[in-house]
Design a protein around this ligand. Sequence first.
Ligand code: SAM
Length: 204
Amino acid sequence: MVAQLAARGVRDRRVLEALGQVERHRLLPEAFEHRAYEFQALPIGEGQTISSPDIVALSSEALALRGHETVLEVGTGSAYQAIVLSHLCARVITIERLPALARQARQALDALGVRNVAVCLGDGTRGRVEYAPYDAIVVTAGGPVAPPPLLDQLARGGRLVGPFGPMQAQRLLRIEKDASGQLQEQAIADCRFVALIGEYGWQA
Ligand code: SAM
């Protein structure tokens, strides 16, 4: 896994180590466990997917984490991305809109002994103002544009990474907020995620 990620251009050693440590098979339904280490999004129930390891690696690398940060994730799903982040920063707040997946993710985090991830239920496109500002934000479902509340809740000097564009094909973007509050955008890769559904995403 680590060698394949490095071959695909992932350079951050801490990100490679984190991806190497997370047991992706423990986050999948039994029927898909044998495919856990493929570079593929796979079904996790409720019509949703666990993200592919290369997308998780690219997103995590683009967040440029050093270890002290508070990170917001929108779209908990299986908790795979959240667990990778738990190795890279101080605290992860992750929001899931589907109660069954939020419950399943909480159980997986407990079973794996991950203690610095808080799972919240709700519409992540509105962010979670009580823990803001965030040093970094990752969105793991595809929306038309970066939700304005998330850009507001991003700290100066912070980075937001997520897939934005049409429902059938998005671009993984990195948006940096500089010290004066200006936003700079950079494209990382083409991608296709399940829909970001909410007030500042697609309608249900
Ligand atoms: N981060 C996940 C992982 O590593 O497995 C990927 C999850 S999947 C690609 C996207 C998730 O986003 C789904 O679980 C979906 O229910 C959730 N989602 C979609 N819209 C959302 C919203 N507005 N707020 C919170 N979660 C949302």
